[in-house]
Design a protein around this ligand. Structure first.
Ligand code: 3HC
Ligand code: NAI
Length: 686
């Protein structure tokens, strides 16, 4: 970390260089306080420009310090020191001014930014609120309504919008440093604006706070930080600066040690570690400048859209002319939806669509860099596709399968140059869902595996490496979720009670509602394949429902009944009768929400532990990312593995032992018992 100061013609330039993102470490905070003292004492200096080296302005407090006791100088004091400096400071912003970074900028007399800069207070996304005056200065600068939006959403705004809000004083065209120095020179002769801390807050309309509270609560659901942030902005708008600062700091310190903040920090670092697994360090991925997708159904169309959104030209191959038309129509439907939802403009949608070439001719793939297969889930159909690809594609083209459950090693048998083949498992809808499971086969070359990770980065997805097993990481755990949900039904719970308990835990949907939405036939197909392999999947009620062709919403009934045109699930007498029959002679009990959640979640953790032990997943945090980004597990719970560690693995073992004794779950695995003894999953990680 360095903070350098140079002065010329009365303007001092303070440059922060603290890679990677100029986070406000203790050393940097100290250096800033010292810079203020030094420049205050320099009679030749009229004004100060604060600028950062590297890719960004200060991106915030140093999140890695949050687990430890705060060290002085504390950030609120640093900001106050800059605000109180004898020489006015100008923040010169490029990249991101986030969290503590924006708070430092609010201590400056002026803020200028390049047009590509973004400014925001993302603290709520880390389960905390701004802790250095963000909630107190912002309403004084831009008014309470705009401050509430910025602080409670955590979403940044670009420089132009910030200028409109009064958050930025000037947007600089061209070189930032030169522009900022020119601005400082112009400003040095003028009256310095009143410090933000001394300004009054403009009054709000009657009922404003009550309305804001309702809106924020509805969006935050069970996340604590957004409402606490709102309370802090409100306090700042209704009381003097010093008491508001004290209230903000107290809330910040309280939340910093909370379970939600710890979970969100865990996910923050897991997401940043995921794209760069240490085992692939130094391996250069292959170049991917063009792509093709084989199969234009649900997944193929979504994958094609994801590739187009990342700027790659795409060839979409289907079986015949009619299927090509259907495939292209599927991609177009995705873009029509994106335009309708305001995600892209019609012009962008048209340009993306124009970059998809549909065809039945594999010969077009002779020079394509990456080909992803998404045809029917049938081994012989997939093998036939790869046979054709082997004949036409360049030997270094990367070939991938999007299979859900089939063995990629079996799919890839006979492929020419098998080192360029791997599994890339997308999640539906593929252009939206963030998770990408990357599955190396026995023959995948390291640079091809690295290409999978590079592709994820290009597509803005979270990559997780998964070993080969039935369902890889996510769907293997999903099988346990479903089996446990059915065990609950056979022992006294109803579908509605199970779904309600899982929603109360924080999932967007319970397991039965989710199956009705996605269709029960997909899992039935997978169970059929498992039985053909001699396995005995447990789904006594689901099997009966499928026999009655109750596949979910699309057939008017599944685990629930649906009225035509209405997606609201209604408890079903038919299903209740099937459950009663299947449950005959089994012990019944009264289930409460906590008991239901334990009976579903802890067996998932048990399965996930086997996945770790078998090195199907390399890190517990990867499993958390899979559940969060592929299955809607609440981010603020940190994922199932983080949740289990927080709960205490010995307690998890004890609950599983009790469930197993009643025949309601598998007993804890040896690995889980070992992890419990060691106090964490790291003992199992590969
Ligand atoms: N503290 C510590 N490390 C951080 C960090 C932070 N605030 N922000 C990013 N990093 C690290 C990442 O862990 C990563 O480390 P690695 O290379 O060792 O994996 C590295 O910086 C690069 O991060 P990204 O991969 O995310 O880089 P990008 O260029 O894609 O994105 C960014 C840059 C937009 C700045 C993004 O990193 C980001 O959004 N960071 C978080 C910003 C944030 O949340 N700030 C608020 C912090 S809380 C706060 O300020 C409290 C205050 O009110 C008191
Ligand atoms: P789908 O049935 O919607 O689409 C399959 C498409 O492949 C059809 O359009 C069909 O015409 C085409 N096709 C079949 N044989 C072909 C061939 N020889 N050449 C070219 N095209 C051919 O199926 P869906 O749901 O898109 O699934 C595709 C694959 O993705 C399967 O392996 C599935 O297991 C997997 N998958 C599915 C997920 C889902 O949620 N639907 C999630 C993740 C993976």
């Amino acid at each position: 970390m360095t903070v350098s100061i140079i002065s010329e013609n009365g303007i001092a330039v303070v440059t922060i260089d603290n890679p990677p993102v100029n986070a406000l470490s203790q050393a940097l905070r100290q250096a800033l306080v010292e810079a203020v003292a030094k420049l205050d004492a320099d009679a030749a200096v009229k004004a100060v420009v604060l600028i950062c080296a590297g890719r960004t302005f200060i991106a915030g407090a140093d999140v890695s310090e949050f687990g430890k006791p705060p060290q002085p100088p504390h950030l609120p004091d640093v900001v106050a020191t800059i605000e109180g400096a004898r020489k006015p400071w100008v923040a010169a912003i490029h990249g991101s001014a986030l969290g503590g970074g924006l708070e430092v900028a609010l201590g400056c007399a002026w803020r200028v930014a390049v047009a590509s800069a973004s400014l925001g207070l993302p603290e709520v996304k880390l389960g905390i609120i701004p802790g250095a005056g963000g909630t107190v200065r912002l309403p004084r600068l831009i008014g309470p309504a705009a401050a509430v939006e910025l602080v409670t959403s955590g979403s940044p705004v670009d420089a132009k919008k910030a200028e409109g809000l009064g958050l930025v004083d000037a947007v600089i065209e061209g070189d930032l440093l030169a522009g900022a120095i020119a601005f400082a020179n112009g400003a040095a002769g003028k009256t310095r604006p009143e410090p933000i801390s001394s300004r009054a807050v403009v009054p709000v309309e009657a009922g404003f706070w009550e309305g804001a509270e309702k809106a924020v609560a509805a969006k935050a659901k069970r996340e604590a930080a957004p409402l606490r942030a709102l309370a802090s902005v409100r306090r700042a708008s209704e009381t003097d600066f010093a008491s508001a600062m004290a209230f903000e700091r107290e809330t910040f310190l309280d939340l910093r040690g909370s379970q939600q903040a710890s979970a969100l920090r865990h996910v923050f670092f897991a997401e940043r570690a995921a794209p760069r697994p240490p085992e692939l360090a130094g391996i250069t991925p292959r170049d991917v400048r063009s792509a093709a997708v084989i199969g234009g159904g649900t997944m193929g169309a979504g994958i094609a859209a994801a590739l187009r959104d990342a700027g790659l030209p795409v060839i979409l191959i289907e079986r015949d002319a009619a299927a090509v038309e259907r495939g292209l129509a599927n991609v177009k439907a995705i873009y029509d939806g994106s335009v309708k939802r305001g995600r892209v403009t019609q012009a962008i949608a048209d340009a993306r669509m124009a970059g998809v070439a549909g065809s039945g001719d594999y010969g077009l793939l002779a020079d394509t860099d990456l080909i992803i297969e998404a045809v029917f889930e049938d081994l012989s159909v997939k093998r036939a596709v790869f046979e054709k690809l082997s004949a036409v594609c360049r030997p270094d083209a990367v070939l991938a399968t999007n299979t859900s459950y089939l063995d990629p090693d079996a799919i890839g048998e006979g492929i020419a140059h098998p080192e360029r083949f791997l599994g890339l498992h997308f999640f539906s809808p593929a252009h939206i869902m963030k998770l990408l499971e990357i599955v190396p086969t026995g023959t995948t070359a390291p640079d091809v595996l690295a290409t999978g990770f590079a592709l994820a980065r290009l597509l803005g997805k979270i990559p997780v490496r998964a070993g080969i097993c039935d369902g890889f990481i996510g769907n293997r755990i999903l099988k346990v979720t479903r089996a446990q949900a059915e065990r609950l039904l056979l022992s006294g719970a109803t579908p509605a009670a199970v779904d309600a308990a899982m929603r109360a835990f924080g999932l967007p949907m319970g397991p039965f509602e989710a199956q009705d939405l996605g269709g029960l036939d997909i899992a039935a197909f997978q169970r059929k394949a498992a039985r053909e392999r001699g396995e005995t999947p447990f789904a006594p009620v689901a099997d009966r429902l499928c026999a009655l062709e109750r596949y979910g919403q699309k057939t008017g009934g599944g685990w629930y009944d649906y009225q035509p045109g209405d997606r609201a699930p209604k408890p079903s007498d038919t299903v209740a009768a099937i459950i009663a029959e299947a449950a005959e002679s089994r012990a019944q009990r009264a289930w409460d929400e906590a008991g239901i959640v334990d009976a579903i979640l802890l067996p998932m953790v048990n399965e996930a532990t086997c996945i770790l032990e078998e090195h199907v997943a390399l890190r517990a945090a990867d499993i958390d990312l899979v559940k969060i980004h592929g299955y809607g597990f609440p981010r603020w719970r940190g994922g199932p593995m983080h949740y289990a560690e927080g709960r205490g693995l010995s307690e998890v073992v004890a609950v599983l032992d009790r469930l197993a004794a009643d025949g309601l779950a598998e007993p804890p695995s040896d690995g889980l018992r070992r992890a419990a003894k060691a106090g964490g999953f790291s003992v199992l990680a590969g």
